[in-house]
Design a protein around this ligand. Sequence first.
Ligand code: CU1
Ligand code: CU1
Length: 414
Amino acid sequence: MLRCRKNQAALTAAEKSRFVAAVLALKANGTYDQYVDDHRNYMSSAHRGPAFLPWHREFLRRFELDLQAINSLVTLPYWDWTVDNSPTSSLWADDFMGGNGRPTDGHVMSGPFAFSTGNWTLAVDGPALRRRFAVSIPTLPTPSDVTNALATVPYDLSPYNDSPSLAGFRNTVEGWRNGPQLHNRVHVWVGGSMLPASSPNDPVFFLNHCFEDKLWADWQRMHPTESYLPVSGGPTGHNLTDAMEPWASRGSIVTPASMLDHHALGYAYDTEAVCRPKFKFFDDPKLKFIDDPKLKFFDDPKLKAADDIKIPAFDNPLDPLAGRIQPAPFVLSTPHHTLAWSRILPGALESALAQLERQLREHQGQIQLLEAAQARGTLSDADKQRLDSLRREFEALLAEHDALARGGAPMSRA
Ligand code: CU1
Ligand code: CU1
């Protein structure tokens, strides 16, 4: 199942608090600091070469899966720093990343990652999270920086390093070309804890890299005939089928080749068609009849091709064609048609989402218990079947939740 990563500026308050809570939970159980260590200890596997993008794709995906094990509804948000480019952007509010560091020592004093909360003590280069917005460099990259990068081919060029004159896509996005630009410039602009190799200490690290990951996906779509380079002849760990560290040493073979298709890894970005709402909702006064018990839904084969679109219709006894189904002048589609009801009953969308979230939490809890039993080797055959069916139900509920959440925005009038 494909999950959609959203622009952080489009997150609801609930989505922000879910993300923050899951990050804090990973910090509390020690997992978060392993990401900081892996990033510090494998700098040359991950940077200044072609594997910059695939290495961080794997790093982020593992992080996202760990967050989802805490709360299945979380996906990684990305920060489009060409738009949200000010120290007062909502990104830096106290309900999300928290703000700039104080002038004296750069310590972040507010929000969930302030040292004073007791929840965010840095194990290395700490103990307090530090930021110094716009001190080392005054501005973030611009929309034309991104446009130019996306137009750049090929993927990379010999000698596959960090030379300021190397004009491939990877070196441009990483930011060494006439640098610091793009990715590097963002680290420098945030400053403080984002500068050293321990930069994942600042959770905004993941939002920055998620945007570079999106740019790579965008670039791949724009240049379908361009491929990852090099196949060979690059630094160790950076060739197409080289096993990347630290995962290789831990028995897991991850290569740049295995990172090329982000959909195969289980996610997409909110700007992709696959993540956009898949129905039209016509704002029609006749919708008030939608709770008529005689209402029926049927498939229109013409629309069926486009998507799972249903036409609501109802039997009208006053109609000359009484007894025959009359299509109503609107179409919609959503799992179980929950959205249709949500339009006429105030708060129904929120309560439908809340109900699904409750069910998802229950399923996740039961799945985790059964998985623990499986890990101990004490899972009965009946429980094994129960686990399989719980997982299937969980996927279906999650798909319904995500579709409903996507369709939550008002649609255009017919
Ligand atoms: Cu990195
Ligand atoms: Cu980075």
